[in-house]
Design a protein around this ligand. Structure first.
Ligand code: FNR
Length: 263
């Protein structure tokens, strides 16, 4: 054993001093301080939140879905930021093609019933949806169509965040613009910023996070900002009123755009 190591073993305080000097030289102390600061900021953001429930699901049915991986990352992020998360699978909401005769003659299918109950039990939803032919996957549109026939209509006034993942260079973003249309028509408060993960087959690391740290940070900020709005709208009605006015509606309970237009 080298003599300087023997000396440090014999005198633990000398070993500690050496360790601190060594760590300072290597910039380890600065990094540790930064990590502690980040953790503290996260704790502050987490502990200052009011309880809000989020339904998180992927609109893909396949087992190795990239969107399911992005939805899982969203769920973890929301939990880490102090939100209460309910994770669901699109399989749960899969329903036979909408048929008005079935709606009239039979009960709603279990998939539609499940989506309705899930939406009603949450304050907001987050969906990560694949883009099929520059639009919405049929399974999701069909589930939305079924749920839109319930009264009260569950999407009305519910906050939503849209995510997408695709191997393409634009990450399925066009599909999200298509998805906004029925959701906004139904009165959902769709968050303006959407997140689309391009080249998602290479972008997600084995630990489930986005490998590019800058992109991962942007994803987290997108979610945190959405949560700020949902929390404010859920717990501070004056903000909700401002949001409704921003969307161009008068906050008048007598005017129910959705009930009167969803024919
Ligand atoms: C696709 N895909 C695709 N991707 C894209 O970026 N834009 C598109 O318009 C389409 N269109 C499309 C149509 C159909 C019928 C399929 C099956 C696929 C590719 C798609 O984004 C890719 O398969 C994703 O991996 C699907 O999402 P999940 O299942 O991985 O979550």
């Amino acid at each position: 054993m080298p003599s300087d190591v023997r000396r440090r073993r014999a005198r633990p305080e000398a070993a500690a001093a050496w360790l601190i000097r060594h760590a300072a030289r290597k910039g380890i102390l600065d990094r540790l301080a930064q990590e502690m600061q980040d953790e503290h900021a996260l704790d502050e953001r987490r502990s200052s939140r009011e309880p809000v429930r989020y339904l998180v699901f992927s609109a893909s049915l396949r087992a190795d879905s990239l969107n399911s991986r992005l939805a899982a990352l969203a769920a973890d992020t929301i939990s880490a930021l102090g939100g209460q998360v309910e994770v669901a699978s699109m399989r749960e909401f899969d329903s036979p093609s909408y048929d008005a005769d079935d709606q009239r003659d039979a009960a709603f299918p279990p998939g539609a019933e499940s989506l309705r109950l899930r939406l009603e039990s949450c304050d907001a939803f987050v969906v990560s949806s694949p883009e099929y032919n520059a639009s919405i996957p049929g399974v999701l549109k069909n589930a939305i169509d079924w749920v839109s026939r319930y009264r009260p209509q569950p999407f009305n006034e519910l906050h939503g965040l849209l995510l997408s993942a695709s191997p393409s260079m634009v990450g399925g973003n066009r599909g999200l613009w298509a998805l906004r249309v029925p959701l906004e028509h139904l009165g959902a408060r769709v968050y303006p910023d959407m997140f689309s993960l391009a080249q998602a087959h290479n972008a997600l690391a084995d630990d489930g996070r986005i490998a590019n740290e800058q992109l991962q940070e942007r994803f987290e900020n997108n979610i945190a900002n959405f949560m700020d709005l949902v929390e404010a709208a859920t717990h501070y009605p004056c903000v909700k009123r401002a949001w409704v006015e921003y969307l161009g509606e008068q906050p008048d309970p007598l005017i129910d755009r959705v009930e009167s237009t969803a024919v």
